[in-house]
Ligand binder design. Structure first.
Ligand code: GCU
Length: 341
């Protein structure tokens, strides 16, 4: 498989415009990196006085999972105002203080047959898991930030949907901090694709996430722009999904993928020394696995303990599968997350 990816990269270099470019050296500290990416890519979360609330609205035993399910109603804040969303949590029976894997979901969190969120596989390891649906926070629609009465003028650094979804993930942690079943030092944020970009932005900003998982996250995720061989470009992503970013992302960087003064390994490095996992899929040409692998390689220098940043690539298409989850759970196990069981 590694031979295949190597050949893919070599052929791509030969036939595409790709060049092997060394990405810009990280020349900022963590706080500077975060404010740089906020202003120039994902948008700045404004100061807000919204009332943070999380209410457990339902608690029930789920014998088929040997777990307790809690449904929590959580308040959050988005570029179009305050809103509420439900987080669905499963706590395994018999574990006093659980690690928790928060999954930002494309599908409703009430869907227990979602292959991308393998509840039983996670619970079996002695971890709890929580999911919320990103669309319940802010609709994933290019028009969502346009023409709304509640939205004043959108500034060049105003926040977009990725920031709003990441902000909501932090509101889930606010709730978990009040939950006695949780080991506060072992909270992971997991996302796939656009939600892998979201997980990376959330994990870089909020140090309460002790593990960040960016699965097939591609452009503006854990993939170098300067090593994009044949996948999505800044032009394409900001034209198709303008609502994901601050207007600056397009204004400043469109067409400049190979000449940026930064690259995504800076953001990945902002997660260090906490745990970071990057996952690729071999046939996911749009996300560009060689660029994700290179992002891992360049970001790694930020970790003194190299075993705290994990990279894997599996055969197959763009997806988060139980094979990927096994990789993330095994990584957590190697880092002693499951000793409590
Ligand atoms: C589109 C988009 C990607 C994104 C993906 C997804 O393909 O171009 O950037 O990662 O959707 O979220 O599935």
């Amino acid at each position: 498989m590694y031979l295949r990816i190597f050949l893919l990269a070599v052929l791509s270099c030969a036939f595409c415009r790709a060049e092997v470019k060394i990405p810009p050296k990280l020349n900022k500290n963590r706080a500077e990196v975060l404010s740089y990416f906020a202003k120039n890519v994902y948008g700045v979360v404004p100061e807000t006085s919204f009332v943070r609330e999380a209410k457990v609205v339902k608690t029930e035993k789920v014998p088929e999972f040997s777990a307790t399910r809690k449904v929590v109603r959580i308040s959050t804040f988005t570029p179009i105002g305050e809103t509420n969303f439900n987080a669905v949590c499963y706590f395994p029976d018999g574990v006093e203080k659980c690690p928790v894997f928060i999954y930002i979901s494309f599908r409703p969190a009430t869907d227990t047959k979602n292959s991308r969120w393998p509840i039983a596989q996670i619970l079996e390891r002695g971890a709890a898991t929580v999911a919320f649906c990103y669309n319940d926070v802010l609709k994933d629609d290019p028009n969502v930030l346009k023409g709304d009465q509640k939205i004043q003028v959108r500034r060049d650094d105003s926040w977009g949907a990725i920031s709003a979804w990441a902000f909501a993930a932090s509101r889930v942690v606010d709730y978990l901090e009040t939950e006695s079943l949780v080991d506060q030092s072992k909270i992971a944020i997991v996302g796939h694709s656009r939600l892998g970009k979201t997980a990376l932005w959330a994990g870089a900003n909020d140090t309460r996430f002790q593990m960040t998982v960016a699965n097939n996250s591609g452009c503006f995720g854990a993939r170098l722009h300067s090593r994009n061989l044949y996948g999505e470009t800044i032009d394409l992503i900001t034209a198709a999904f303008p609502h994901w970013f601050a207007p600056n992302a397009r204004k400043l960087w469109c067409g400049k993928d190979y000449e940026l003064p930064f690259d995504q390994h800076w953001l990945v490095a902002a997660v260090s020394p906490r745990l970071m996992a990057i996952g690729s899929a071999l046939d996911d040409w749009w996300a560009c696995p060689p660029g994700e692998m290179a992002c891992w390689e360049y970001a790694s220098s930020a970790w003194r303990d190299k075993s705290s940043i994990n990279y894997h690539i599996r055969p197959g298409m763009h997806d988060i599968t139980s094979r990927d989850w096994k990789e993330y759970l095994d990584f957590a196990e190697r880092k002693k997350w499951f000793t409590a069981k």
